[in-house]
Write a protein that binds this ligand. Sequence first.
Ligand SMILES: Nc1ncnc2c1ncn2[C@@H]1O[C@H](COP(=O)(O)OP(=O)(O)OP(=O)(O)O)[C@@H](O)[C@H]1O
Ligand SMILES: [Mg+2]
Length: 459
Amino acid sequence: MASIKELPTRSTTRFERIGAHTHVKGLGLDENLKAVRIKDGMVGQERAREAAGLVVQMIREGKLSGKTVILAGPPGTGKTAIAVAISKELGANVPFIQMSGSEVYSSGRKKTEILIEAIRKCIGVEVHEMRKVYEGELTHMDIKTAPHPYNPYQKVPESIRLTLKTKDEEKTIEAGSTIAQQIIKQNISEGFVIQIDAETGRIVNLGLSLTSAKGKTYDIDTRRKIPCPSGEVLKEKEFVYNLTLADMDEINARQRRGGGVFSMFFGGAEIKEIDTEVRTAVDEGVKKMVDEGKSFIHPGVLFIDDSHLLDLEAFSFLGRAIESELVPIIILATNRGVTTIRGTDVKSPMGFPLDLIDRSVIIGTEEYGADSIREILRIRFKEEKVNIKKDALATLTEVGAKTSLRYSVQLLSLAAQNAKSAKHKNVTVEDVERVSKLFMDSSEATQHLKKYEEKMMMH
Ligand SMILES: Nc1ncnc2c1ncn2[C@@H]1O[C@H](COP(=O)(O)OP(=O)(O)OP(=O)(O)O)[C@@H](O)[C@H]1O
Ligand SMILES: [Mg+2]
């Protein structure tokens, strides 16, 4: 007798990523859009969170496209955290693209090209299409082969005769070699429910028919089983695709190069830059489909973090883009005060051109008090799955209030690591004190550099 042994199921270890903002789950507002002091991983900063809540509501209602929102405030006051919360609130269906101002300075591509692409990735297009398809359970098929034109010893499929059945009808169709090849490649045989696009001939295997002999007999079959379709074999069906303008640009550019719609899924040459001509054609096409009721536009959000890194050229491009018809909401975050606009010697608030500021709404973030710092640290400890003693949390909060929230969050991870190597069950005051002696915050680092100014290398 064959001996069969059961093995314990191995628990899968998940790769856990603890990024700086993984604790942020939303804006933490109540049903009246009022900020709850501690909710969804967010603490304090009520005014900015409530303002962000209104922005989210307007985005959902499609009222804010083409507007700019500026998040301004000192470093480490939660600007990026609020933007992350906005994206969480919007959900997966609204495109949200996050980039840093520095990303526009790629050596291989033009600044404007990078910005256009980012903007177009943020505009969702829901395309509804009616297509004629042959759909049914395959009850009989007959493949005719012919000798290969270059190698007469090899046979290739030349044509195929298929009988498709629904609950109400049966139809036999004859098709050419491309359909025969797809059937062979996809391992389709009698008993499967298939769908053939009447125009392109693309075949989709939907699964085994429950009414077929195979569907009934193979109990331990992992293949998907579906009921036999009803109605006519040749029918018009509605297909819904969720794309972005950038996806459509790419499909269009590939088609122009003769790649066909599906080369996007099956690979093909990478397209580095898309012609303006292609984009104009896509825009026209989309607008027409919207007018005909076949498409819906979902403007998303382009979030540019550290946007003081953008220069005048990039700003003026953004300014122009905002005026056009198909644009997302643009959120810019910066921690700069009055400073020069990059690429010029003009001074301006946040280093942004005045006309851009004029057309924006500004959300300000403020520095945290000790209470908020303690709560944020507490949340971060939970996120990193470490326990901390009460007095150690108090010490770390003190460090945070004296230096910055960001620095105390950094020390938190280091203190946790120190506790681990010292085999402490919880993070203790000694752990916090040890790491704050070992590492420097920015003001300590500045003093340190000043002290050795003459001995440090200058060039
Ligand atoms: N109100 C808050 N509630 C919870 N966590 C917060 C809050 N504000 C900031 N944080 C967390 O504190 C850290 C620093 O905040 P964040 O990176 O958002 O600051 P910032 O304003 O973007 O700073 P910078 O100007 O340097 O980019 C992050 O880990 C962030 O998730
Ligand atoms: Mg930030």
